[in-house]
Design a protein around this ligand. Structure first.
Ligand SMILES: Nc1ncnc2c1ncn2[C@@H]1O[C@H](COP(=O)(O)OP(=O)(O)OP(=O)(O)O)[C@@H](O)[C@H]1O
Ligand SMILES: [Mg+2]
Length: 359
């Protein structure tokens, strides 16, 4: 819809059309180019400047000769005395919009245009801050996840190689003592010693299993596929849940961080099935294509309504899914959940192979 009257458009109708366009595309360069075009009907070079305060500096958008430049400076870039200027507020040093050369038509148009340009600049500034803030928050979370993985690996090492070895030695020593006592006192009641040896054995089993949960060394030694196959084969609770693991395509190395991220996401999805789904089947499928590794964890359980965990951007923000998303985004991967009440749940994590020189 256009509001032009018969004959040439008035400054007001030109401004209205401009305002509609900025609503559709508020990107600063496009807006400045568009605004410059509104003044550019006469002869000679038109110069349009928009200056506003942004996070402790003066940001200037400068448009002339169809070119838009963005400048940033600590000193107030005063308007030229020869330009037509509209300030944003009354202070000595204020944001402003200025245009030169001066003309009577430019005067009316600039009065209309200045608040609109100021608002668009503020909006762009807020969006920029928001993006920066979101990025640094993501970096922080990813650094925390990395630190947690490193710490887990360190604890695993201590558990397995230090405490685990000590308990294994203790078990052996108990066995030696038992043997000696049996040979010296054939009729001695050694039940307590037997029990102690059994307890030491159980403790060793728990240490190994805990150390494995904390960091699956099989990832480093045998790789992702055996590690995931082992993970699914360990699902034994609840007893009615049957898990299987299938591999499609030719497995190849995806990188250590990527493998750890996939493994952790599978652990979380499998633990969700065990804890929440009341499922009887769990399918883990690993698919290698030329560009990606895709791992899907599907169950036939009760499913859920994911909307209850959505944020305003439609992302799942509950703790477990949020961690899966962070892990995937740290390695350039993606993640999807498909579910609805009564329809089971599928969690899909995909990581692209890194591009090499040759590919
Ligand atoms: N496979 C599933 N079947 C049914 N419901 C599920 C399944 N996976 C997740 N859910 C539902 O989604 C919710 C959020 O899952 P999420 O993993 O984010 O958190 P959590 O498992 O409750 O807690 P955490 O993972 O931090 O221990 C769960 O509480 C559960 O209600
Ligand atoms: Mg969970």
């Amino acid at each position: 819809m256009s509001s032009t009257t018969a004959g040439s458009p008035t400054p007001l109708s030109r401004f209205a059309a401009f305002a509609r366009r900025t609503l559709r595309n508020p990107e600063m360069r496009a807006v400045m180019t568009d605004a410059l075009g509104l003044f550019g009907t006469g002869s000679g070079t038109v110069e349009l400047r928009l200056v506003h305060a942004a996070g402790g500096v003066w940001r200037e958008w400068h448009a002339a000769n169809d070119q838009v430049r963005e400048l940033s400076q600590t000193e107030w870039p005063a308007p030229s005395p020869a330009a037509l200027t509209v300030k944003f507020d009354d202070g000595e040093e204020s944001g402003f919009v200025s245009v030169s050369p001066v003309s009577s038509e430019a005067e009316g148009l600039l009065e209309l245009l200045a608040p609109q340009l100021g608002t668009v600049a503020m909006w762009n500034n807020a969006m920029r801050q928001n993006r920066k803030h979101r990025r640094s928050e993501t970096e922080l979370v990813q650094a925390a996840l990395r630190a947690r993985d490193d710490e887990r690996q360190r604890i695993t090492h201590e558990l397995h190689d230090d405490i685990g070895q000590t308990v294994a030695t203790l078990k052996l020593q108990l066995k030696v003592i038992e043997k000696r006592l049996r040979s010296e006192f054939a009729t001695a009641d050694l039940k307590d010693l037997d029990d102690a040896r059994e307890t030491a054995g159980q403790l060793l089993g728990r240490i190994r299993s805990l150390s494995h949960t904390l960091y699956p060394h099989v990832l480093d030694t045998l790789g992702l596929v055996p590690a995931l196959q082992e993970l699914s084969s360990q699902v034994s609770n609840p007893p009615e849940l049957r898990a299987r693991c299938r591999v499609h395509g030719e497995p190849r190395d995806i990188g250590r961080d990527e493998a750890v991220a996939l493994y952790r996401c599978c652990q979380e999805a499998i633990s969700n099935t065990i804890r929440h789904a009341a499922a009887t089947e769990l399918d883990l499928s690993i698919e290698y294509s030329a560009q990606t590794v895709r791992v899907a964890i599907e169950d036939n359980g009760k499913g859920f309504d994911p909307r209850q965990f959505y944020d305003t951007a439609g992302r799942l923000m509950s703790e477990g899914f949020w961690t899966i998303r962070q892990r995937m985004s740290a390695v350039g991967g993606s993640f999807r959940v498909g579910t609805s009440a009564g329809q089971g749940t599928s969690v899909e994590v995909i990581i692209p192979f890194k591009k090499t020189e040759a590919s």
